[in-house]
Design a protein around this ligand. Structure first.
Ligand code: SF4
Length: 230
């Protein structure tokens, strides 16, 4: 899953650009998710779920035609991305905000850092320019990097890889150690796994499950949670 972050100062068109990117990427056949950073509460205090939270619920869930889970504390970005990746196979995650993150960024204002691949004026982005922007994002964005530094992409380190990606030097090179076969978290922290280790874990656990359940040939996903209560 590649990640692009839209950054900018207040009221400069971040949400407008995020929605346009979601539309464009979806039209190209990509499966897209979004994530927004906010200093204010997401839930409205006068709604039922807001009342649940005010009463002291640590986790509030709303479900019906759609489902949301509201935690009463912020989670770190890596944990949220891990949860998203464990839930669905998205091609792109478009983030609004997160200006200090180390993902490829589009800036809609004067904000800029080493990860900013383009600065744009949202009002002047016509359809043609949006198409060009999406092409740049396809080539220069990348997924969650965890300093595994496995060198399988040909770079000495993940930092070197990300710098060349955002600068457009390595448009066709991709991180080889993204989540494909197995994802491991210990104490809420994702453990970086190279493709070889992912393969071993995936095959070992699948073999174990198959030996428990003879009818489980169509396994798509296995989730195991181990909690040490001692
Ligand atoms: S393949 Fe991925 S994890 Fe390995 S060094 Fe390159 S960017 Fe880092």
């Amino acid at each position: 899953m590649k990640i692009i972050s839209v950054i900018g100062t207040k009221d400069t068109g971040k949400t407008t650009l995020v929605t346009r990117l979601v539309e464009k990427l979806s039209q190209k056949g990509y499966s897209v998710g979004t994530m927004k950073f906010s200093h204010v509460h997401f839930d409205l205090a006068d709604k039922d779920t807001g009342k649940h939270r005010q009463a002291g619920a640590k986790i509030v869930v709303g479900t019906g035609k759609e489902t949301f889970i509201l935690f009463d504390n912020p989670l770190d970005v890596e944990s949220i991305i891990t949860t998203i990746e464990s839930y669905d196979e998205l091609d792109f995650l478009v983030m609004e905000g997160f200006k200090s993150s180390k993902f490829a960024k589009i800036s809609v204002s004067s904000l800029k850092d080493d990860y900013t691949i383009q600065q744009v004026d949202v009002k002047s982005l016509n359809d043609e320019k949006m198409d060009e922007l999406v092409e740049i994002i396809e080539k220069r964005s990348y997924g969650l990097l965890q300093d595994l530094n496995c060198k399988k992409c040909g770079f000495e380190s993940c930092a070197d890889f990300s710098m060349d990606k955002v600068q457009g030097v390595a448009p066709e090179v991709h991180c080889k150690s993204q989540f494909k076969g197995a994802l491991l978290e210990v104490n809420g922290k994702r453990i970086p796994l190279n493709p070889f280790v992912q393969n071993i874990i995936a095959k070992t656990v699948t073999g174990m499950i198959n030996s428990l359940d003879k009818d489980s040939e169509d396994i798509d996903t296995i989730k195991i949670l181990v909690r040490d209560r001692d």
